[in-house]
Design a binder for this molecule. Structure first.
Ligand code: NAD
Length: 261
């Protein structure tokens, strides 16, 4: 891809990238010739095989580095072990759904740590590397829930709003340098996590698959279509391009019109 020639050989770390959106972004980066670091909290043969197969599919250098992003020291060590970070994608995330009065404290702490604090720790190590290299991109995968709220998702909505705020601060601290920081805010994206919710939703509401998807899962997504991991990968690549050099400290929604409602 000649349009991304300037990105060839740059190193991208994508947190939480052994599945879903992170893997989609990692695939787009590897196809564009970036060196990619895949990550999750596990350290299985499958994780390393995934890195090998992505490398052989694309010809890019792909490594897998284990780090449990619920821990500050692991988040910082991930970037240190990578040795270089031109593009940092903070994507790892988890969810828990419960009313505020029943929300388990341990779940609150885990969601704030993984979905928000890990982005602070990785950026704290990565931004100096970007300064040293003279170029950088921070992409935080937030959510439509970084801009709006839903009931029963207190920790997730708080963490995602926090990530949007953190993104703005990083952008201001790097504004006069060739470094940008932006948040990508997906609506519902078809990932294994979402796919696995469909059978339960069909059962719960006594609906066929199409009706359950349209009326329940995509109730707030006006396009009535899921975003795809490939579209998220394309958005991430665009934010790394020179066309996006003056886009910083903002959010890009990929949500089929959710936040227009
Ligand atoms: P997913 O479950 O497929 O991916 C989450 C990734 O995070 C996985 O690779 C998982 O291993 C990793 N992870 C979880 N806990 C971790 C930990 N402690 N340390 C390191 N890695 C950890 O889900 P996804 O849908 O691809 O979500 C990716 C991101 O996109 C999340 O931040 C999520 O909030 C956000 N998002 C998803 C959607 C959607 O509809 N799927 C919508 C908006 C935002």
């Amino acid at each position: 891809m000649t349009e991304h020639a300037a990105l060839r050989g740059k190193t991208a770390i994508v947190t939480g990238s052994n599945s879903g959106i992170g893997l989609g972004i990692a695939r787009s980066f590897a196809a564009a010739g970036l060196d990619v670091v895949l990550n999750s909290f596990t350290d299985t043969d499958e994780d390393h095989a995934l890195a090998e197969s992505l490398a052989s599919e694309t010809g890019a250098r792909v490594r897998y580095i284990q780090a449990d992003l619920s821990k500050a020291e692991d988040a910082r060590a991930l970037v240190e072990k990578a040795g270089r970070c031109d593009v940092l994608v903070n994507n790892a995330g988890i969810q828990h759904v419960a009313g505020i009065e029943d929300f388990p404290t341990a779940k609150w702490d885990a969601i704030i740590a993984i979905n928000m604090s890990s982005a602070f720790h990785t950026a704290a190590v990565a931004v100096p590397m970007m300064r040293e290299a003279g170029w950088g991109r921070v992409l935080n995968v937030a959510s439509a829930h970084g801009l709006t709220a839903s009931p029963f998702k207190s920790a997730y909505v708080a963490a995602k709003h926090g990530v949007v705020g953190l993104t703005k601060v990083i952008a201001l601290e790097t504004a006069e340098e060739p470094i940008t920081a932006n948040a990508i805010c997906p609506g519902y994206v078809m990932t294994p996590l979402v796919e696995s919710q469909i059978p339960d939703t069909m059962k719960k509401y006594g609906m066929d698959r199409d009706t359950a998807v349209r009326e329940v899962l995509l109730a707030r997504q006006p396009s009535k279509e899921f975003a795809t991991t490939d579209q998220l990968g394309g958005t991430a690549l665009f934010l790394c391009s020179e066309h996006a050099a003056q886009i910083t400290g903002t959010t890009i929604s990929v949500d089929g019109g959710w936040t227009a409602l």
